[in-house]
Design a protein around this ligand. Sequence first.
Ligand SMILES: *[C@@H]1O[C@H](CO)[C@@H](O)[C@H](O)[C@H]1NC(C)=O
Length: 179
Amino acid sequence: MASSLILILFMASYFAYFTASTTSRSLFRSIEEEDLVSDTCKKTLYFQVCSSSLKSDPRSQTSDLQGLASISLNLSVTNGAEILSYISSLKSDKSVSGHLSDCADLYSDAVQNLEESVQSINDKSYDMVKSLVSAAMTDADTCEDGFKEIEGVDSPLTERNQYFNKLCSNSLAITTLLV
Ligand SMILES: *[C@@H]1O[C@H](CO)[C@@H](O)[C@H](O)[C@H]1NC(C)=O
């Protein structure tokens, strides 16, 4: 009787210990992860965009700085590809169709550069990453500026161009932390 009571007490305390230690371990782990994403994003120009976009990818939870840079570039590629398909879905009149097709060319160039930058970051060729990402940002600016040449027409891509440039700017800032 006494021995089974001791056994039950032992099992109960073991269970309590086990539960508490796994809980605190996973709590500690999530605080640690939170910190790398937040600490990293604090060093970019667009903290909100940086942390919300990185957190949208579950791989960020287990990544080191190099991994975050790679995920950030991946997010830029994905966003560029989405803009490219948005551009081709736009119905346009003659006044803007030339500019839209310029933007489609520019974004397909940008997406290609960013895809290459994912390869370059894996090779730790950080200067190459920087020049590829900078070129992609210039493409988005050139797309946006094209619409300024037309009187009375607003760019249908302003918000998207700006968001894309914020993602790219964050990728550059994170890459710079690796050098
Ligand atoms: C981005 O990440 C996704 C998911 O892991 C992957 O399928 C895709 O190939 C990546 N894109 C690039 C350009 O690396």
